[in-house]
Design a protein around this ligand. Sequence first.
Ligand SMILES: N[C@@H](CCC(=O)N[C@@H](CS)C(=O)NCC(=O)O)C(=O)O
Length: 255
Amino acid sequence: MIDLHHVGTPNGHKVSIMLEEVGLPYRVIAYDLMKGEHFTPAFRRINPNNKLPAIVDHEPADGGGPFAVFETGAILVYLAEKTGRLLPTDPRRRSLAMQWLMWQMAGLGPMHGQAHHFVRYAPAGQDYAVGRYMNEARRLMHVLEYRLAEAEYLAGEYSIADVACWPWVRAVRMIDIDLAGFPAVQRWWLAIDERPAVLAGTGTRGLATPASYGQKRAQLTPEQWSNLFGERMLAAAETHHGAVADDTVRPVRNP
Ligand SMILES: N[C@@H](CCC(=O)N[C@@H](CS)C(=O)NCC(=O)O)C(=O)O
């Protein structure tokens, strides 16, 4: 059994889609980021970075105790290696899958994430930041278009690289990028949207952005802001729970 510490965002959907694709039994432990539910000592033992999603594998391949994995790229590789699914065995294709996965983790995710932040959450008037991150967000969409105009899927065959990129492309409407301007991306996106695992992993189908991705122009209370971007988020990292002696707050402790 795998515990999925989950939130219904693009990052969360990467992992819920993957778990559906590979068919491993899992249970969802849902968090409300707005309430700061990810700042507990118990969750920090699972993810020292205090971000969602994360998984705990209660039946790791080595037969040892429960094993926690954070960072969605690492989770996708872990699940692919555990099941032998969605990571090609051919060395060239495997490398392509890793290249596009790294590109998603270092480029598409963080840059689109910043674009979402400055367009949807930051106070108005951040023209430099909006321009900077929207240019980069659009540039990365052109990179995706270039690749998908020559290949059916990012690694040639459907892989964890596609699983990583797909939910972020779903969210581009929220930052006013129209997929109609990227025909190869749109063809790829719609093909993946038809997969039963994608529907099961996200609960919705089609190009409309799911409600769980939030409002186009988010209105946060001061407490919600603090949990997501402010003092409380920083305080969670400044507090070193490693000093806590009580093992009941440490359901998992990776060596
Ligand atoms: N690079 C991380 C990003 C994780 C991430 O930023 N998760 C967001 C939700 S999509 C989060 O936990 N935000 C809450 C916070 O920053 O406090 C990954 O791929 O796992």
